[in-house]
Design a protein around this ligand. Structure first.
Ligand code: F6R
Length: 230
């Protein structure tokens, strides 16, 4: 279903700007887009934008989000070289880099933004407490997020403590948001994001304010929702 939305978006525009999330949840989506690419879906006119990037990793680190997306998606489809954009975590002036990327994302106007959700309710790396009007900036990762992401790094001590992330407001400026969540470990955060108050304590709750937000859940991730009909 998420791949259908992406395909419709890519096919319907001359120069689509697609926002990409990373993480385990996105892996089957990327695999399906690669499969569709092999069957003729073309990304040749598209540009793709990362939500976030770890700081303090080597440029070639396989866990750097740019490298993950390159390996699992971009290197296997016909997106042109140079059409994958993201924060440059190697920048000497990181604050200037945050401002540069914020401006780039705003100027391109993301048409469709894919999102995952952290078990603590984060979107991108906007951890609980992130202001709803936040923009691209350097953030400290929460202990929970570092523990959740230890599976990619082998152990929690290897998970960076800092990242550059698009802000909640940056993400909210995209024309369409599609959040995907799978598994019971996301159920509490999903319920609070969808049915709870809009609050910086659950950054994903900002989706309630967006005019075109879709949430795609498996049954485990939806298991704490109480307002479902039928
Ligand atoms: C990373 C990002 C994060 C993840 C979230 C879920 O680019 O946007 O918000 O989407 O941490 O990660 P997984 O899918 O690994 O559970």
């Amino acid at each position: 279903m998420v791949a259908d939305l992406v395909e419709g978006f890519i096919n319907g525009r001359l120069r689509p700007s697609l926002g990409l999330a990373t993480g385990k949840t996105m892996e089957p989506v990327f695999a399906e887009l690669v499969r569709r690419g092999e069957q003729g879906l073309s990304f040749a006119g598209a540009h793709a934008y990362l939500l976030d990037e770890y700081l303090d990793l080597d440029r070639g680190d396989p866990c750097a989000y740019r490298n993950v997306v390159q390996r699992l998606l971009v290197g296997q489809i016909d997106l042109p070289p140079g059409a994958l954009h993201g924060p440059n975590a190697q920048a000497v002036d990181v604050l200037a880099e945050c401002a540069r990327y914020e401006q780039q994302v705003r100027e391109t106007s993301i048409g469709l933004q894919l999102l995952g959700i952290g078990s603590n309710g984060h979107i991108a790396f906007n951890e609980p407490g992130s202001p709803l009007d936040s923009t691209t900036r350097v953030v400290e990762l929460s202990e929970r997020t570092r523990a959740d992401n230890a599976r990619f790094f082998g152990d929690v001590r290897s998970v960076p403590t800092r990242a550059i992330t698009q802000g909640v407001a940056t993400i909210g400026a995209a024309a369409q948001l599609v959040l995907l969540a799978c598994g019971v470990h996301k159920a509490e955060a999903v319920a609070r994001a969808i049915e709870g108050p809009v609050t910086a304590a659950i950054p994903a709750s900002a989706l309630q304010l967006h005019p075109d937000a879709t949430v795609v859940l498996d049954s485990a991730a939806s298991s704490h929702l109480t307002l479902t009909a039928g």
